[in-house]
Ligand binder design. Structure first.
Ligand SMILES: [Zn+2]
Length: 587
């Protein structure tokens, strides 16, 4: 006898801060656990807003009820193994500011339901199929990757993991569809009531071409249907196996129908790289915090690499360099040079490895010096370096695309990839030994060396130092100072020993009492003060350190920064120049 798991979700356009849910269960057990999914990165902690109601429809409702066992875990007494578990989520209504596109919201004209926030699940019956009945205004359209049934308002999922990985967008939506690589794509757009009109044909065409370029890497998608859940009045994004929620304001699309294309490419590429090809247990269904993983340099950084090359492959980047100026602004060469410049300037470069930075995800620099977030930039550079290594050792017959395809093939059964498997898979595709590369630049702190990647394209990578200046050539003030939040405020983070702030004596952990005449309550307020500083100013800073008050006068001055450039090698070969032309086009 198969268990029945059926949700009834009531969304009312007049109740912006609440969703009512009834979870109907049959053929379960007299005691079942009930849990709220915790997302590794995007945990909205909606358990704070949960109001559990009665349990009805059991064989003995007087004995039925719910007891909390942990923050995200409850135990339900369900006599007869069946019944209806009622609950309401009462969450802060939309603040009217730009919200993150993955956050649950209910408005007059629609709603976005992020399933972990709204749908509690039964960990003991996580393999059971589930249905969701959407009780929402009749005029609202439904967009979700959840399977359709005979009614568009009743959706189903084969198991809890799929259910909880499928956001639901409701409202006055526009939808466009296309087919590619065996998958039906839907671009769903939720406009604000006062949305700016934009060229929808050009926008959807760009998404279609981008999707085609990504399919060129992997051949097919994990699912037969895929939804771009695009939202006005929102930013940020969150990837899933068969959809993505992403904020793309209509005002930006009105100016440029290719707005945020790199971000769309990044999130779409995550469908494979991070969701399907996931490091270790990343993203697996759980109601607990998952252990950290060493592989975020691959999941995030290599995804950034593809977010840059896919729009080029799709012919969506206008600033194509001319043969006489291959390093023009907007070119792939200019992009790589700017990445290397940023990398060389980073105080953690050569000190914190990509794996160590990945493992420190979610931690604070105040307590863990590896919490640099550097795996994004490191991973993007590693993608470039690895691509060059594979091409070199296979005489351009294989590329990083083949490594990604091989990793995808390994992940088909839903299994995560370990750090060692990433290395062995790349080595197998390369047909070469990558142990030294991984030991020094992935597990080790590097530095990540892009000189070989430049050389095979007929370039020398030249790094020098120049004065940091703005667009008009005026010196930029040294504001190389950061902070991290703590309960009730923030503490300074001073990681660059060359900065004026470090040289004046400020240290990581200092608590700001006053800063240039202001008492900033948040890091955001401190940033505002930093932005107003000019070269030549003296900033008076009072901090508390170890219970004592300490005063500093910091002379604000200009500073030098490293600059990386790709310069023609003395006599590039015809083969190198041919490679370069293809590389510039994203290949
Ligand atoms: Zn990402």
């Amino acid at each position: 006898v198969r268990p029945v798991v059926a949700y009834h979700v009531r969304v009312d356009s007049a109740r912006h801060g609440a969703v009512d849910v009834t979870l109907h269960v049959e053929n379960a057990a007299p005691n079942v656990r009930l849990a709220m999914k915790v997302h590794q990165e995007y945990d909205a902690r909606f358990w704070r807003y949960l109001e559990l109601g009665p349990v009805t429809g059991t064989s003995d409702d007087r004995a039925a009820g719910v007891t909390r066992r942990d923050t995200t875990l409850w135990e339900v007494r369900l006599p007869g193994g069946r019944g209806d578990i009622h609950y309401t989520l009462r969450f802060p209504a939309d603040s009217g500011r730009v919200r993150a596109a993955w956050r649950t919201v209910v408005r007059d004209d629609g709603a976005l339901l992020n399933p972990p926030d709204v749908l509690l699940y039964l960990p003991d019956f996580a393999d059971a199929p589930a249905t969701v009945e959407l009780d929402a205004p009749r005029s609202w359209r439904v967009a979700t990757s959840l399977d359709a049934t005979d009614s568009p308002r009743r959706r189903r999922a084969p198991n809890a993991a799929t259910l909880l990985d499928a956001p639901i967008l409701l409202g006055a939506l526009r939808e466009w569809t296309f087919r590619d690589g065996g998958t039906t794509f839907a671009v769903d757009y939720w406009p604000l009531p006062d949305a700016a009109p934009f060229d929808t044909t050009a926008f959807v065409d760009a998404v279609r071409r981008l999707s085609h370029a990504a399919l060129g890497v992997f051949g097919s998608l994990p699912s037969p249907a895929y939804h771009f859940l695009v939202q006005d009045g929102a930013d940020d994004a969150l990837e899933h196996a068969a959809s993505v929620t992403i904020g793309v304001p209509s005002a930006e699309l009105a100016r440029d129908p290719r707005a945020r294309l790199g971000e769309i490419a990044h999130e779409f590429f995550h469908t494979w790289n991070l969701v399907a090809i996931h490091p270790d247990t990343y993203g697996e269904l759980t109601y607990r915090r998952t252990p950290p993983t060493a592989g975020l340099w691959l999941g995030e950084g290599v995804t950034l690499h593809y977010a840059d090359v896919l729009p080029r492959r799709a012919g969506l980047v206008d600033t194509a360099p001319s043969p006489s100026n291959t390093t023009a602004a907007g070119s792939r060469a200019a992009h790589l040079a700017s990445l290397v410049s940023r990398y060389v300037a980073a105080p953690w470069a050569g000190r914190v490895s990509p794996e160590a930075a990945s493992l420190a995800f979610g931690e604070s620099l105040l307590t863990n010096p590896n919490a640099t977030g550097g795996y994004y930039l490191q991973g993007e550079l590693l993608g470039e370096a690895l691509d060059a290594l594979v091409r070199d050792s296979t005489r351009d017959r294989r590329t990083l695309d083949d490594v990604m395809r091989a990793l995808y093939a390994r992940s088909r059964a839903g299994r995560g990839v370990s750090a060692r498997e990433i290395e062995s898979t790349a080595s197998a595709v390369c047909g070469c030994r990558l142990d030294r590369f991984f030991a020094t630049q992935v597990r080790g702190p590097g530095p990540i060396d892009l000189a070989p990647a430049a050389a095979r394209l007929g370039w020398r990578l030249v790094i020098d130092t120049i004065a940091a200046v703005d667009d008009r050539g005026a010196p930029v003030p040294d504001t190389r100072l950061s902070a991290a939040p703590v309960d009730g405020g923030f503490r300074l983070v001073v990681t660059n020993p060359a900065s004026a702030w470090a040289r004046a004596g400020l240290r990581t952990g200092d608590e700001v009492v006053s800063f240039a005449g202001v008492r900033p309550a948040t890091f955001g307020e401190l940033l505002g003060v930093l932005r107003r500083l000019r070269v030549g100013d003296t900033a008076a800073v009072d901090v508390r350190r170890g219970g004592a008050s300490v005063h500093f006068d910091v002379a604000v001055r200009g500073f030098d920064r490293p600059r990386a450039r790709l310069v023609d090698a003395p006599s590039p070969t015809a083969e190198q120049l041919a490679r370069r032309a293809r590389w510039l086009a994203g290949w």
